[in-house]
Write a protein that binds this ligand. Structure first.
Ligand code: AMP
Ligand code: ZN
Length: 112
Protein backbone atom coordinates (compact mmCIF):
# COMPACT_ATOMS: atom_id res chain seq x y z
CA UNK A 1 0.00 0.00 0.00
CA UNK A 2 1.32 3.40 -0.98
CA UNK A 3 -0.22 6.20 1.06
CA UNK A 4 -0.78 8.65 -1.79
CA UNK A 5 -1.84 6.13 -4.44
CA UNK A 6 -5.43 6.41 -5.66
CA UNK A 7 -5.66 2.74 -6.69
CA UNK A 8 -4.29 1.56 -3.32
CA UNK A 9 -7.07 3.65 -1.75
CA UNK A 10 -9.63 1.89 -3.97
CA UNK A 11 -8.12 -1.50 -3.00
CA UNK A 12 -8.69 -0.80 0.72
CA UNK A 13 -12.10 0.80 0.13
CA UNK A 14 -11.04 4.32 1.16
CA UNK A 15 -12.24 5.63 -2.23
CA UNK A 16 -15.37 4.19 -3.86
CA UNK A 17 -15.27 2.46 -7.23
CA UNK A 18 -17.73 0.50 -9.35
CA UNK A 19 -16.19 -2.87 -8.58
CA UNK A 20 -16.87 -5.72 -11.01
CA UNK A 21 -14.49 -8.33 -9.57
CA UNK A 22 -12.28 -8.95 -6.55
CA UNK A 23 -10.16 -11.78 -5.19
CA UNK A 24 -7.12 -12.00 -2.90
CA UNK A 25 -4.74 -10.67 -5.56
CA UNK A 26 -6.62 -8.34 -7.87
CA UNK A 27 -9.55 -5.98 -8.14
CA UNK A 28 -11.37 -4.81 -11.27
CA UNK A 29 -13.55 -1.71 -11.49
CA UNK A 30 -15.05 0.57 -14.09
CA UNK A 31 -12.89 3.41 -15.34
CA UNK A 32 -14.15 6.77 -14.06
CA UNK A 33 -13.71 8.31 -17.55
CA UNK A 34 -14.77 5.48 -19.89
CA UNK A 35 -13.39 5.49 -23.42
CA UNK A 36 -15.92 2.94 -24.63
CA UNK A 37 -19.31 1.58 -23.62
CA UNK A 38 -17.48 -0.92 -21.42
CA UNK A 39 -14.15 0.18 -19.94
CA UNK A 40 -12.74 -1.35 -16.80
CA UNK A 41 -9.36 -1.66 -15.13
CA UNK A 42 -7.78 -4.81 -13.72
CA UNK A 43 -5.52 -3.81 -10.85
CA UNK A 44 -3.22 -5.92 -8.65
CA UNK A 45 -3.76 -5.33 -4.94
CA UNK A 46 0.01 -5.18 -4.58
CA UNK A 47 1.36 -1.69 -5.23
CA UNK A 48 3.69 -1.98 -8.23
CA UNK A 49 4.17 1.29 -10.07
CA UNK A 50 4.59 0.14 -13.66
CA UNK A 51 5.08 -2.90 -15.88
CA UNK A 52 8.76 -1.90 -15.97
CA UNK A 53 8.97 -2.60 -12.24
CA UNK A 54 7.82 -6.19 -12.66
CA UNK A 55 10.14 -9.18 -12.63
CA UNK A 56 9.83 -12.96 -12.43
CA UNK A 57 8.25 -12.70 -8.98
CA UNK A 58 5.25 -10.99 -10.62
CA UNK A 59 4.81 -13.56 -13.38
CA UNK A 60 1.81 -15.36 -11.86
CA UNK A 61 0.13 -12.05 -11.02
CA UNK A 62 0.58 -10.74 -14.56
CA UNK A 63 -0.75 -14.01 -15.98
CA UNK A 64 -3.77 -13.78 -13.70
CA UNK A 65 -4.51 -10.23 -14.88
CA UNK A 66 -4.32 -11.25 -18.55
CA UNK A 67 -6.48 -14.33 -18.06
CA UNK A 68 -9.07 -12.29 -16.19
CA UNK A 69 -9.46 -9.90 -19.13
CA UNK A 70 -11.47 -12.28 -21.38
CA UNK A 71 -13.42 -13.69 -18.44
CA UNK A 72 -14.55 -10.28 -17.18
CA UNK A 73 -15.05 -8.94 -20.72
CA UNK A 74 -17.38 -11.86 -21.39
CA UNK A 75 -19.27 -11.15 -18.15
CA UNK A 76 -19.64 -7.54 -19.28
CA UNK A 77 -21.22 -8.71 -22.53
CA UNK A 78 -18.27 -8.11 -24.84
CA UNK A 79 -17.58 -10.52 -27.68
CA UNK A 80 -14.30 -8.75 -28.44
CA UNK A 81 -12.25 -6.18 -26.60
CA UNK A 82 -8.99 -4.27 -26.43
CA UNK A 83 -6.42 -4.43 -23.64
CA UNK A 84 -3.93 -1.71 -22.86
CA UNK A 85 -1.17 -1.26 -20.29
CA UNK A 86 0.31 2.24 -20.38
CA UNK A 87 3.85 2.20 -18.99
CA UNK A 88 5.66 5.29 -17.77
CA UNK A 89 4.84 8.91 -18.42
CA UNK A 90 5.99 8.64 -22.04
CA UNK A 91 3.73 5.60 -22.38
CA UNK A 92 0.73 7.68 -21.33
CA UNK A 93 0.53 6.34 -17.79
CA UNK A 94 -1.20 8.71 -15.38
CA UNK A 95 -1.83 6.51 -12.36
CA UNK A 96 1.40 4.93 -11.15
CA UNK A 97 -0.06 1.69 -9.87
CA UNK A 98 0.07 -1.06 -12.49
CA UNK A 99 -3.25 -1.68 -14.25
CA UNK A 100 -4.60 -3.18 -17.44
CA UNK A 101 -7.35 -1.36 -19.31
CA UNK A 102 -10.02 -3.52 -20.95
CA UNK A 103 -12.47 -1.79 -23.24
CA UNK A 104 -14.95 -2.56 -25.96
CA UNK A 105 -18.51 -2.34 -27.10
CA UNK A 106 -18.60 1.03 -28.74
CA UNK A 107 -17.79 3.30 -31.64
CA UNK A 108 -15.62 5.42 -29.34
CA UNK A 109 -12.83 2.88 -29.68
CA UNK A 110 -9.82 4.07 -31.64
CA UNK A 111 -8.75 1.78 -34.46
CA UNK A 112 -5.09 1.13 -33.60
P1 AMP B 1 -3.41 5.38 -17.22
O1 AMP B 1 -3.32 6.56 -18.13
O2 AMP B 1 -3.16 4.08 -17.93
O3 AMP B 1 -2.58 5.54 -15.97
O4 AMP B 1 -4.92 5.29 -16.81
C1 AMP B 1 -5.44 5.67 -15.58
C2 AMP B 1 -6.92 5.50 -15.68
O5 AMP B 1 -7.46 5.52 -14.37
C3 AMP B 1 -7.64 6.57 -16.50
O6 AMP B 1 -8.35 5.99 -17.57
C4 AMP B 1 -8.56 7.23 -15.47
O7 AMP B 1 -9.79 7.60 -16.02
C5 AMP B 1 -8.71 6.13 -14.43
N1 AMP B 1 -9.03 6.59 -13.09
C6 AMP B 1 -8.41 7.57 -12.39
N2 AMP B 1 -8.99 7.71 -11.19
C7 AMP B 1 -9.96 6.77 -11.11
C8 AMP B 1 -10.92 6.41 -10.11
N3 AMP B 1 -10.98 7.03 -8.93
N4 AMP B 1 -11.79 5.40 -10.40
C9 AMP B 1 -11.76 4.78 -11.59
N5 AMP B 1 -10.88 5.07 -12.57
C10 AMP B 1 -10.00 6.06 -12.34
ZN1 ZN C 1 -0.97 1.76 -5.34
Amino acid sequence: MSADCIFCKIVVGAIPAKKIYEDDDVIAFNDIKPMAKVHFLIVPKLHVETLKDCDATHQALLGKILLLAPKLADEQGLTGFKTLINTGREGGQEVFHLHAHVFGGGAMLPKI
